[in-house]
Design a protein around this ligand. Structure first.
Ligand SMILES: Nc1ncnc2c1ncn2[C@@H]1O[C@H](COP(=O)(O)OP(=O)(O)O)[C@@H](O)[C@H]1O
Ligand SMILES: [Mg+2]
Length: 246
């Protein structure tokens, strides 16, 4: 680990009501892409939700640039530079692409929103082209790009993104993961959950395996692919096929 962590998770315990899912997670998220993989039910989504204040944190801390995030409101989290793209499509399908971006910009002033949206149109020409179309009419991959653009409207330092490739065809999946990598190349630190371990780790500088609410393994992203412990952890897990195939 060379760089300073941007986001630091320490001894995090979190869950829902009395149900503890995360049982002491430590994570130092550095600039670039950090990918979290692991079997279904491991607690990957819960980790992102806990960081974003959407799961109940019972112990431990989450810090962004030295600021403790526990007990901050969603709006405060956004204001200090955190953005979250939850699992699944979460745009407003019966609103235009442009209106979706405006909705995402609601914490900004009118002027800030206009500037931010126009720079996103330059960054994602596809969205500029489709600005008047209903979000629900875009393809799955295009909608995922829209979700990312919506999260970027507030110019976050850290982007949390949960399974951006879910349900996408193989080629679309690759272009969406390339887009995630490009976003990190522009200085946004990314913490991503992905089922496509091989494709995701190849584009990550750090990889983390969660299992049963604990960190089972971590290491440099691409290097992890050849780590025999990865295959071992996945044996019997839902993602065995994915790790095994190209
Ligand atoms: N809102 C919720 N209320 C109660 N239990 C939940 C909730 N969301 C997820 N869980 C449980 O938490 C565990 C971890 O879920 P999740 O973090 O979504 O796993 P993953 O994303 O790794 O597949 C699962 O057992 C799941 O059933
Ligand atoms: Mg999940």
């Amino acid at each position: 680990m060379e760089a300073e962590p941007v986001l630091t998770v320490s001894e995090l315990h979190a869950g829902y009501g009395d149900l503890e899912i995360l049982r002491g997670i430590d994570l130092a998220v550095e600039p670039g892409v950090t990918t979290v993989i692991g079997p279904n039910g491991a607690g990957k989504s819960t980790l992102l939700k806990a960081i974003f204040g959407m799961a109940r944190v019972t112990e431990g801390s989450v810090r962004l640039g030295g600021i403790e995030l526990r007990r901050l409101s969603n709006r405060q989290l956004v204001n200090i530079g955190l953005a979250f793209v939850p699992q699944g499509r979460c745009n407003f399908p019966r609103m235009s692409v442009h209106e979706n971006l405006e909705m995402a910009a609601f914490t900004l002033s009118m002027q800030e929103a206009r500037t931010s949206i126009s720079s996103l149109y330059e960054r994602f020409p596809l969205l500029a082209e489709k600005r008047s179309q209903f979000a629900g009419e875009l393809s799955g991959g295009q909608q995922q790009v829209l979700e990312m653009a919506m999260a970027l409207v507030t110019s976050p330092r850290v982007l949390l993104i949960d399974e951006p490739s879910l349900g996408l065809a193989p080629l679309t999946l690759i272009s969406v993961l390339d887009e995630v990598q490009a976003i990190s190349g522009q200085g946004v630190t990314v913490l991503m959950v992905e089922q496509n371990a091989r494709q995701a780790l190849a584009r990550s500088n750090w990889g983390v395996v969660l299992d049963l609410g604990r960190k089972a393994l971590e290491g440099p992203g691409p290097g992890m692919l050849s780590d025999p412990r990865l295959a071992e952890l996945y044996l019997g897990g839902a993602a065995t096929q994915d790790v095994g195939k190209a």
